[in-house]
Design a protein around this ligand. Structure first.
Ligand code: LMR
Length: 396
């Protein structure tokens, strides 16, 4: 049975973790996977998470099943975080939410719901998009098409080309958008562009499907939900996949959510039952611990403020590193203009250098990034900035 299955290459993003670990160069730099790192190059557990875990350890009374939709308190806390507690879609009971194993679980379960609703739907994803979007969504059997998004020459969004391409989208198709901190480009939609896409969705009848995995890493926890909140208010239907991996730093706990907005309360209830059935048929129910931590933090004013402080510090550190990298590249005579790095937001930017230059950085300098030249900015620190910027300028 298994003899026809060939060995597959390592995952383009996760494979970098192993390659980096096995590199013996003392100067090696990891700009690969999108995990936050502090000035010491570590990804510590947030203090707010530790405090919440301590409370849960003391207070948890049972380990009984939580059911396919996950914990009610988590769902309520997450819908408030995503939409804001007084959002009209919540008032109209048009919203349903379920807890999932991470943002990946959310994307896949949401795609399975799409397949049930419209097996002929095409999901349009940005070119480029996060490396796991196409496997995660395409493995459902739904068709995937791309729309132009990032212009690597001018280092900005190709919005006219994007909207031109989306003229081809059919009623019932899904348009995958990144809620904030576009992965991999760091180039985000403006408020005006969100409005234009909302109007297009209303006119053409396609459904936006927003992946928001970095809420709080762009402009702020509320600001980053702008597109989500606008579309949830102005559109009859919307799908959202959310992740708590980065903003709570609980990557391995696998915490995410699917939030869907339906035309009315009756359809929201029907979709809630469909989502539960999908989950039951794949993994039965999500793990509890990480979501319990998130719910506890969001429900407790002191812990919430503590967490927001830690999240803001992570965002500001990355923002400052962008400026420092630009200054160093300029000081070392980079020649080309890298100022776009400071206009982009979130964990990532492209360096917009060639795959051959990326390979040289890896082979000659032990600097790791994905082959499309995406860097995870938080991997930079005061100890490696000089070496990194010299190496980049060296391969230009
Ligand atoms: C990334 O893009 O590096 C992260 O989202 C981690 C992952 O799972 O790929």
């Amino acid at each position: 049975m298994f003899e026809n299955l060939p060995q597959l290459p390592a995952d383009p993003i996760l494979g970098l973790m192993d390659a980096f670990r096995n590199d013996s160069n003392a100067n090696k730099i990891d700009l690969g996977v999108g995990v936050y790192k502090n000035e010491q190059g570590e990804t510590p557990v947030l203090e707010s998470v530790k405090l919440a875990e301590r409370d849960i350890l003391e207070q948890e009374k049972t380990k009984v099943y939580i059911g396919p939709a996950g914990a009610v308190e988590f769902g309520t806390a997450m819908q408030n975080l995503l939409l804001g507690a007084d959002h009209p879609a919540l008032r109209d009971n048009r919203v349903t939410i379920i807890q999932t194993p991470g943002g990946c679980g959310a994307l896949r379960v949401a795609a399975e719901l799409v397949k049930k609703g419209n097996p002929d739907a095409t999901i349009w994803v940005s070119d480029p998009t996060w490396g796991n979007h196409i496997p995660l969504l395409g493995d459902t059997g739904l068709q995937i098409k791309t729309y132009p998004y990032y212009d690597a020459v001018n280092h900005q969004i190709r919005f006219d080309a994007m909207t031109d391409a989306l003229q081809q989208a059919q009623q019932g198709d899904l348009i995958l958008l990144h809620g904030c901190c576009h992965n991999p480009s760091g180039a985000d939609l403006s408020q005006e562009q969100w409005q234009t896409l909302t109007n297009m969705a209303n006119e053409k009848g396609f459904t936006p499907f927003i992946d928001i995995a970095y809420q709080g890493f762009g402009a702020g926890i509320e600001e980053d939900a702008y597109g989500v909140r606008l579309m949830a208010e102005q559109l009859p239907e919307l799908l959202i996949a959310s992740s708590c991996s980065k903003n709570f730093g609980i990557y391995r706990e696998r915490v995410g959510a699917v939030l869907m907005v339906a035309k009315n309360a009756e359809q929201a209830r029907a979709c809630s039952s469909q989502l539960a059935r999908i989950v039951r048929g794949i993994y039965s129910m999500p793990p509890s611990h990480g979501a319990a931590v998130v719910a506890h933090i969001l429900e407790n004013d002191v812990l919430r403020q503590h967490w927001l402080g830690e999240l803001n510090a992570m965002r500001e550190r990355i923002h400052n590193l962008r400026g420092q990298l630009l200054d160093q590249l300029n000081a070392k005579g980079a020649g080309s203009d890298f100022s776009f790095i400071t206009r982009q937001s979130g964990m990532f930017s492209f360096l917009d250098i060639s795959p051959a230059q990326v390979q040289r950085l890896r082979e000659e300098f032990s600097i790791y990034m994905t082959s499309d030249s995406r860097i995870s900015v938080a991997g930079i620190n005061n100890n490696n900035l000089d070496y990194l910027s010299s190496a980049i300028v060296g391969v230009l």
